[in-house]
Design a protein around this ligand. Structure first.
Ligand code: DI6
Ligand code: FE
Length: 411
């Protein structure tokens, strides 16, 4: 069965090593019947075999890989507008968390919500991301903190991929906060909830990766190491919220365990950078949380660059520290707040975000063989995607239907 060919296009392939953005002018992109890219290059080089496929002129529009939001908490109950007010009155994020607010307050609302309630609420954020050209979204659990409620969150996340043309990657984050009934008994919580819950999630096919919050108000590196041992036993990749509020050496731990990514990283040390560089662990920067918490400690972007650590950007969309549902805004903040170049910002939501999810073989660049998840934009230059604030120049998305259910990965 034939496919189709996008003609009169400009491609930001994001393939490194050539022109900035891997840009190809006067380009064509062929999509086969399985939804994979059959050709991406100069129109003049398009093989004759594609001539009888359906031809779609793009009138010179820019095509990029579909954007990938590689770190979100879009499945959650309730909101934290009251906490927002308290922080504006001077309370810190950590003070609120220690007083039983923060993450734990979202836990009550998430436990009270049905799976349907969670899906309906998450769809609003998902639809906002889709309007920004997003085609893959990572979704974490972590607001249930009982086995049943963590599984409920993961089932809700999986449902989103059935209701929209989007790939959903699920991450098990039961090690997000210590629930009230385990106060001062974090190790017991890990033994009785986190580890058996992970086994149950794996058994039900609900989990693609395992994450944790390594922080003074959450779990220590030694505790996270126990969670990572279980992930390894189950053959699941890992990632870690590390060095967000202080430097506990979480990034080194994650890197030494071969983590896909370490995320946040404002307090990352040179030692952590070296460990990440050696392991090829992606640095996922989350400027929405930096902005919302009015953080002043910048992540060490120059050090990451110098060491060759791949840098991704994500929304961290969550009700507390980053109530932001726009990946284009995360790109703008990554540039303005963290001084990423617009090219790094786009790589951070395409090529490097795919890598942070372990999906580089299928997603993240425009290359023959990859899935044809595309975003088509009404812009003159790729830098415009990062430049505007609160404006989406999306023309439309193309969702390549080729799926990899059999890998247990993006569905
Ligand atoms: N760090 C974050 O930024 C989110 N989780 C985490 O470990 C925020 C979670 C929240 O405040 O609800
Ligand atoms: Fe997060």
């Amino acid at each position: 069965m034939p496919g189709r060919v996008l003609r009169d296009a400009r491609l930001a392939t994001m393939v490194p090593g050539g022109a900035p953005y891997g840009l190809i002018e006067d380009a064509a992109l062929a999509i086969d019947a399985d939804g994979r890219i059959a050709f991406a290059g100069l129109a003049a080089d398009l093989p004759a075999a594609f001539a009888d496929w359906a031809q779609e002129p793009l009138d010179g529009r820019l095509v990029t890989p579909g954007l990938i939001d590689c770190h979100t908490h879009i499945v959650h109950g309730g909101d934290r507008a009251r906490e927002f007010e308290l922080r504006l009155e001077g309370a810190s994020y950590e003070e609120i968390a220690r007083a039983g607010g923060g993450i734990v307050s979202t836990v009550s609302a998430t436990r009270a919500a049905s799976e349907e309630d969670l899906v309906a609420a998450a769809l609003k954020h998902m639809d906002a991301l889709i309007r920004d050209g997003v085609t893959t979204v990572e979704v974490k659990s972590g607001y249930g903190l009982t086995i049943a409620d963590e599984l409920k969150m993961l089932r809700a996340a999986r449902r989103l991929a059935m209701l929209r043309e989007v790939r959903v990657v699920t991450t098990y984050l039961a090690a997000h906060a210590v629930p009230a009934d385990y106060k001062d008994r974090a190790d017991a919580y890990i033994d009785e909830v986190v580890l058996p819950g992970l086994e149950a999630a794996k058994q039900e096919g609900l989990v693609d990766a395992v994450d944790g919050f390594c922080e003074g108000i959450a779990f220590s590196p030694a505790q996270m190491a126990r969670v990572f041992d279980k992930a390894a036993e189950l053959g699941l990749p890992i990632k870690l919220h590390a060095e967000q509020l202080s430097d506990l050496g979480g990034a080194r731990l994650a890197a030494e365990r071969g983590a896909l990514s370490a995320d946040h990283l404002e307090y990352l040390s040179q030692d952590g950078i070296a460990a990440m560089a050696e392991a090829g662990t992606v640095a996922v920067l989350l400027p929405g949380a930096f902005y919302t918490l009015r953080e002043t400690q910048l992540p060490p972007v120059d050090g990451l660059r110098a060491a060759g650590v791949p840098i991704a950007l994500a929304t961290d969309c969550n009700p507390g520290s980053s109530p932001m549902s726009s990946l284009l805004l995360a790109m703008n903040m990554g540039a303005t707040l963290f001084r990423l170049t617009p090219e790094e910002a786009l790589a951070g939501t395409t090529r490097e975000a795919a890598r942070a999810l372990g999906l580089s073989d299928d997603l993240g660049t425009l290359e023959a063989g990859k899935i044809a998840d595309l975003a088509i934009w009404d812009v003159a230059t790729p830098a415009e995607l990062t430049y505007r604030i609160g404006f989406t120049p999306l023309h439309r998305r193309i969702f390549g239907h080729a799926v990899s259910h059999e890998k247990g990965g993006a569905a």
